[in-house]
Design a protein around this ligand. Sequence first.
Ligand SMILES: *Cc1c(COP(=O)(O)O)cnc(C)c1O
Length: 335
Amino acid sequence: MNLTLADIFAAQNTIAGIAADTPLVPSPFMSAQCGQEFLLKLEIAQPIGAFKLRGAVNAIANLAEEVAGVTCCSTGNHGRGVAFAAAQRGMRAVVCMSSMVPKAKVDGIRALGAEVHIAGTSQDDAQSESLRLCETDGLAEISPFDDPFVIAGQGTIGLELLAARPDLEAILVPLSGGGLAGGIALAAKTIRPDIRVIGISMDRGAAMHESIRAGHPVEVTEVESLADSLGGGIGMDNRLSFSLCRDYLDETVLVSEEEIYSAMQTLYYEDRIVAEGGSVVGLAAMLAGKLPSFSGPVATVVTGRNLDMSVFTRIVNGEDVTLGDTVVRGKPYGA
Ligand SMILES: *Cc1c(COP(=O)(O)O)cnc(C)c1O
């Protein structure tokens, strides 16, 4: 399977009118920190509040005729994207989840028009239910990151960035399964081979970062993080996103929970933007001095805004946040 720039241009046509061409806005505060113009690509402005709509719309548009509907087992932004994209086409969507998933997430997916199947108590149980539905109901499962149409859809962000700012020196991309970073890097580097694309993850359970270092997909232990959208593995039988990230990313950088916490505060207080922990890792790496120095404009993708507001208000107020068995120590912004 060989994904090319042509597939990403095709995706751009396919998703037009459903997924938004999102705003690219300067952050004066971050520009001052960076010493270069620092731009925010606001994927929070998508109809589902996150970029995953792009890949879901493209994947669903490219399904075979005989497919009766779609399924996935993401309770997060991918589930929302699949639900919304299927509803747009009048297609059945079933999102499988375990009984451990909080009611707010279940309701959110239902509100977007998908059926929710609760199966067992673990992510593995939900996965089995999703596979069963493919067999019994003729549904197609849509991978959150390791599907050529999903990757091409996410890659359209790279096309929009370079169309708006052909002079970008670097793109900072939140990195989990690597569909986003792989797609953007393929698009951007094919058009502008000298551009730098840097993938950024949280420092605990960074599956793609560890896999690239090992030279093959590896398992990581998943722990709770403020960047919950960046959790999870890349799949031991990864077909596409691993090799794309390995071949096209210039580097991968890790940020701590404290750095994510202060980047969320910074984006809120300086730019008045509410964004998920997983969305601000590009800012976090910049603010923590973990990036090389730049001599031209830099953009980061602010990937989503679907966060737990009770956690967010704690961060805004500078309070501690408990994540499993660790506590992220709070401090008021600017203190
Ligand atoms: C899925 C997601 C990411 C990471 O995308 P991958 O393709 O898995 O690397 C980043 N931010 C948000 C908000 C997401 O939902």
